[in-house]
Design a protein around this ligand. Structure first.
Ligand SMILES: Cc1cc2nc3c(=O)[nH]c(=O)nc-3n(C[C@H](O)[C@H](O)[C@H](O)COP(=O)(O)OP(=O)(O)OC[C@H]3O[C@@H](n4cnc5c(N)ncnc54)[C@H](O)[C@@H]3O)c2cc1C
Ligand SMILES: *[C@@H]1O[C@H](CO)[C@@H](O)[C@H](O)[C@H]1NC(C)=O
Ligand SMILES: *[C@@H]1O[C@H](CO)[C@@H](O)[C@H](O)[C@H]1NC(C)=O
Ligand SMILES: *[C@@H]1O[C@H](CO)[C@@H](O)[C@H](O)[C@H]1NC(C)=O
Ligand SMILES: *[C@@H]1O[C@H](CO)[C@@H](O)[C@H](O)[C@H]1NC(C)=O
Length: 543
């Protein structure tokens, strides 16, 4: 074990001689292509791997996975190249050639980043688009799934459904979200209270590091493996795949979606919801969606509250649970629909009852202009303050809120287990959301200001010092206050980053800094940490 550790440390210093080079003689453009040709198998057809703006399919490939129209304007800077690897080795070549040509790299899987960080940049850049690498292999004997980064959640759920009606995976609700970004950033869905996050079920991963090496769990080492379970993939390398542990789901689950309005005492309902969800049966998830709505017949705008639920069990059991814990909601048997878990995925994506399961394989998601923000709530908001919130929501007219309950399994996993730190003590997470249809900077400004105003309004009611946020709900307003995303885990992420990518090649507007690019104090801390580690290894080795 000690020898292995020592070897690991030595490996970190061993940088293989750079096999690629970007010759200085010609333009960057020719160099990059040249580098790619030189480092790819001659049998590989580069016309389906490397795209420049002169290629006819460049624009359609670029736009296929732009999921936020804010970043699809004539002014938006376009990539010098788009690389669409067909094999893992192409990913290595892309990393090495991008690095040696001094370009910046953006990695895109599903393209759902709320701030477009997987496909925009202020400096000349390359998009490494993973959509061709999307193989999925579900193994029911082992109860695992090997999933490549370019797959979407819908494809994963579909491949599980093909093989088993009693297995599922706890990940996001929208089927078009990509594995690469979603899982490296945490990943939660409506089984969070029963099974925790996606990152709580990773058994292996493949990653291309800054030197183009393809690593797996054992060759990347415990720390790097830990880092890509919620620390944000784009900080440490290119995730090629995750191997996931499937979870058990019953053959029949129950869902409901009920709407309540002011006349239904929504304040009392939401107030009560805040108190019961932490401890309630972990098979139950009830999301609360708050939206200002203006009635068709011109009444005043008012807040509509939708309770959407997944219960991992039958309707009778759910009704009796609700009657004892949350009778105020007035849930009726007729509100409840029993179905398979896979059908519940469609229900949650707002598909009509009896839609064919293969819609999960549809990778298209109709983009809008949008902005999202997030918050964590650690103590219930009072009825009075909820009333003020309803007033604020109707005044602003547009942004909506989604409350996602925690508790259950989330209380049992330590904040240090993965980089995702928002576990025990959080009652629920808030997602702020606003979408619009008008193009232009004025519209962007107008709507972004509204969501910021709502976020400011919520300050007294949410976590503080630091006010926390969910990495996968990317929000550039946070700047580089990384502790909001990672709390105490940030320091460890910096240490790992500094070891595996000291030159800070894998970077974006919110990436984890490497010590080289960090302040003096951090450098000092890092030096001390590193010396300690080295001493530890050497000492132990002497024994
Ligand atoms: C409609 C919608 C619904 C959503 N629902 C949920 C939900 O239910 N639960 C939830 O937890 N989140 C949800 N999200 C947020 C989602 O998890 C994140 O946006 C996630 O990062 C998207 O992953 P992606 O691969 O689609 O995005 P991308 O934009 O491709 O990537 C996001 C980030 O990850 C990096 N990245 C992508 N692929 C790789 C890779 N292979 N290796 C290394 N880094 C990589 C990118 O560079 C970027 O920084 C939702 C988002 C949207 C737009
Ligand atoms: C794409 O552009 C490159 C560089 O301009 C060119 O060499 C190549 O032939 C083009 N490929 C296709 C398929 O048009
Ligand atoms: C709302 O609350 C009041 C007072 O607690 C109660 O009398 C009334 O029946 C409630 N209305 C509904 C629709 O539950
Ligand atoms: C779907 O709709 C049909 C016809 O209305 C109904 O019989 C069936 O029970 C529904 N299934 C679910 C799961 O709601
Ligand atoms: C896929 O989804 C998109 C967006 O919802 C839709 O417009 C399109 O028709 C769907 N394609 C198929 C083949 O169902």
């Amino acid at each position: 074990m000690i020898m292995v550790r020592l070897l690991f440390f030595l490996l970190l210093f061993y940088q293989p001689k750079f096999p690629t080079s970007c010759s200085q003689k010609t333009t960057t453009n020719e160099n990059f292509i040249h580098c790619f040709i030189k480092n790819t198998n001659p049998d590989d057809d580069l016309s389906h791997i490397v795209y420049t703006s002169t290629n006819s399919s460049y624009a359609s490939i670029l736009q296929a996975y732009i999921k936020n129209l804010r970043f699809n304007t004539p002014k938006t800077r376009k990539p010098e190249y788009i690389i669409t690897p067909l094999k893992k080795s192409h990913v290595s070549t892309a990393v090495l050639c991008t690095k040696s040509c001094g370009l910046s790299l953006r990695i895109r899987s599903g393209g759902h980043d709320f701030e477009g960080l997987s496909y925009i940049s202020d400096i000349p850049f390359v998009i490494l688009d993973m959509f061709n690498l999307r193989a999925i292999d579900v193994n029911i004997d082992k109860q695992t799934a090997y999933v490549e980064a370019g797959a979407i959640l819908g494809e994963l759920y579909y491949r599980i459904w093909e093989k088993s009606k009693v297995h599922g995976f706890p990940a996001g609700i929208c089927p078009t979200v990509g594995i690469g970004g979603h899982i490296s950033g945490g990943g939660y869905g409506n089984m969070i209270r029963k099974y925790g996050l996606s990152v709580d079920h990773i058994v292996d991963a493949e990653l291309v590091d800054v030197n183009g090496r393809i690593l797996d769990k054992s060759s990347m080492g415990e720390d790097l493996f830990w880092a890509i379970k919620g620390g944000g993939g784009a900080n440490f390398g290119v995730v090629l795949s995750y191997t996931l542990d499937l979870v058990y789901v019953p053959e029949r689950v129950t869902v409901f979606r009920v709407m309540r309005f002011a006349k239904d005492n929504v304040t009392k309902l939401v107030y009560k919801w805040q108190h019961i969800m932490e401890d309630i049966d972990e098979n139950l998830f009830i999301r609360v969606v708050l939206q200002p709505v203006t009635p068709k017949h011109n009444g005043p705008t008012a807040v509509r509250v939708t309770f959407i639920s997944l219960f991992l069990g039958g309707a009778e059991k759910l009704i009796s649970l609700m009657n004892s814990e949350f009778p105020e909601l007035g849930l009726q048997k007729s509100d409840c629909l029993e179905m398979s878990w896979a059908q519940s995925v469609l229900f949650w994506s707002n598909y009509e009852n009896e839609t064919a399961m293969n819609v999960l394989l549809n990778r298209t998601y109709n983009a809008a202009y949008s902005k999202r923000k997030s918050d964590y709530v650690t103590k219930p908001i009072s009825e009075n303050d909820l009333e003020l919130l309803w007033k604020k929501l109707t005044e602003l007219e547009k942004p909506g809120l989604v409350f996602n309950p925690y508790g259950g399994k989330m209380r049992e996993v330590s904040d240090l287990e993965t980089p995702f730190p928002h576990r025990n003590g959080n009652l629920y997470k808030i997602q702020y959301s606003i979408s619009w249809k008008e193009a232009g900077e004025n519209a962007d400004k107008k709507y972004i200001n509204k969501i910021r105003e709502l976020h400011d309004f919520m300050t007294p009611y949410v976590s503080n010092s630091p006010r926390r946020a969910y990495l996968n709900y990317r929000d550039v307003d946070i700047g580089v206050t990384h502790k909001k995303y990672f709390k105490g885990n940030f320091d460890k992420l910096v240490k790992i980053k500094s070891i595996v990518d000291a030159e800070n090649f894998f970077r974006n507007e919110q990436s984890i800094p490497a010590i080289k690019s960090a302040g003096k104090k951090q450098k000092m801390e890092y030096a001390i940490y590193f010396t300690k580690c080295l001493c530890l290894v050497l000492n132990l080795n002497l024994w």
